[in-house]
Design a protein around this ligand. Structure first.
Ligand code: UDP
Length: 474
């Protein structure tokens, strides 16, 4: 089998009544009802390249379940590929962010690798997708499927989750590679206007910002006792605790954190009670883990008693990201080069991924325990981790790039670091928040309201459903 169909849950959209204003909720339910009628008998397929790890998988898992709960036949398939294919697509991903990645080319040879690996996926999809169906193709990996899907008679949307504020020649290399595959789509969706590519018909471009799920194990409410229980059982911090390590699974059933996080050789969990600075992200150079470690070591540690926790997925788990292990190694090397004092203040944790919801509960607890959450990315399509932390009323320090700028209102709902490579500016922003708890609390509260207004699931789902209904009604 080339493609994997991911089991999608069924969540009641009515849940949102408790978190969004009443008029918004009414509008949401009305648009859901209209979309269900328009889509009667049609499936809405989503195609991407991984079922876990990273923001796209995170969003699909919940958005599709709410769509199913609303009576829309939303489905999710993950394509297969070989290691050469994923090296090429990682290169494309890096290039789209304006970065050279492994420095390789995107020429005829890469086109062959890309198209050959997609071939078996096409065959299988043609047995599944019907002429009236709608297909949303996510990101570069499956973009080569767009024309074959059009040939089947489907309505096809290409959804690009990555981008660059000011495109450079490296990004254009990736566009040129992808444009012949992407062009035949009926609609192109970008996370921000600035990400839209030159050369695509502007009338077919829609902007849809991502969103988070307030009820998922990643973002659901969690009291302090449970936060401490989860962190202790996961071995992330051995806090004094009187709570259990429990959470509510997506299907409503009880969950418990049983597995342990792993610290790198010689590393250990932070001691109980210390102030924490936290970054959660995949082990990717564009998340700049080495910069976070150095920025903390040089500009935060000496001025505060805070510790830094950098947490990311167990690297073997993210199948479409061949660079994860290498970047984790580079982060270890940056840690190993610190003085002993600093080594004891910086903690690199990998979180088990066997059970995605357990992993999410760990991230939830860690973000809630953080005094300051950072996202010092060098490039970012949106940066779900920012919205996740804001929803938990955490003050966030993040780079002024990509979709992060749409989330944080500078100085109000977080702090934007204007030069993502400036470690001193980053460190100063973190320090200021650590030493001014009143400002941090106020900023966290404003951050939560910002997410409630702009970045919860109903807004995104409504945009998708309206767009799809418009396309099929012509
Ligand atoms: N994430 C996770 N476990 C980890 C590391 C990351 O669940 O160990 C999640 C994180 O909480 C967020 C997503 O992966 O929901 C990353 O999305 P984001 O948009 O921040 O970045 P991307 O990985 O898509 O570049």
């Amino acid at each position: 089998m080339s493609i994997d169909e991911v089991a999608v849950g069924v969540f009641p959209p009515e849940r949102f009544e408790s978190v969004i204003p009443v008029d918004r909720f009414r509008e949401f339910m009305e648009s859901v009802g209209r979309a269900r009628d328009a889509l009667e008998g049609r499936a809405v397929w989503n195609i991407n390249s991984t079922a876990s790890g990273g923001g796209v998988a995170e969003m699909l898992r919940s958005l599709l379940a709410y769509a199913r709960g609303a009576g829309v036949d939303a489905r999710w398939v993950v394509i297969s590929g070989n290691p050469e294919f994923f090296s090429v697509t990682k290169r494309i991903h890096n290039n789209l962010h304006g970065a050279a990645g492994d420095g390789g080319e995107l020429g005829d040879g890469e086109r062959r690798v890309y198209e050959d690996a997609l071939e078996p996926n096409i065959e299988e999809l043609s047995g599944l997708v019907r002429a009236d169906d709608v297909v949303i193709v996510h990101d570069p990996q499956p973009a080569g499927l767009i024309q074959p899907l059009k040939d089947l008679g489907a309505t096809v949307i290409w959804r690009c989750h990555v981008g660059l504020d000011l495109p450079n020649d490296t990004a254009r290399l990736a566009w040129n590679f992808l444009i012949p595959y992407v062009q035949p789509a009926d609609q192109y969706i970008f996370s921000r206007r600035a990400f839209a590519w030159e050369g695509l018909e502007t009338s077919k471009i829609t902007v849809v910002a991502p969103s988070i799920d307030a009820f998922s194990p990643k973002n659901q409410d969690m009291d302090e006792a449970t936060v401490a229980g989860i962190l202790d059982d996961a071995g992330l911090i051995h806090e004094a605790r009187d709570g259990s390590a429990t959470f509510v699974r997506q299907d409503g059933s009880p969950g418990r954190v049983d597995r342990k996080a792993t610290f790198h050789d010689g590393g250990d969990a932070p001691p109980a009670g210390v102030p924490l600075v936290v970054q959660v992200s995949r082990w990717d150079r564009l998340k700049d883990p080495v910069g976070v470690i150095q920025g903390f070591a040089d500009h935060v540690a000496a001025h505060t008693d805070a510790h830094l926790v950098m947490a990311g997925p167990a690297v073997e788990a993210v199948s479409d990201d061949p660079e994860g292990a290498q970047v984790l190694e580079e982060s270890h090397a940056a840690w190993a080069a610190l003085s002993d004092d600093l080594k004891a203040r910086v903690h690199l944790a990998t979180l088990p991924m066997e059970d995605g919801e357990e992993n999410a509960a760990m991230v939830n607890a860690l973000q809630r325990r953080a005094n300051v959450v950072v996202q010092k990315s060098l490039a970012e399509g949106f940066g779900l981790t920012v919205a996740e932390a804001m929803w938990k009323a955490r003050p966030v320090v993040a780079s002024r790039i990509g979709g992060i700028q749409d989330q944080i209102v500078e100085g109000v709902s977080g702090v934007l670091v204007s030069d993502p490579t400036d470690l001193a500016e980053f460190g100063e922003a973190v320090r200021d928040l650590l030493t001014d708890p009143d400002r941090a609390t106020k900023m966290g509260a404003d951050a939560q309201e910002r997410v409630r207004d702009e970045f919860l699931g109903p807004r995104q789902l409504m945009q998708y459903l309206k767009l799809i209904a418009g396309l099929i009604e012509g």
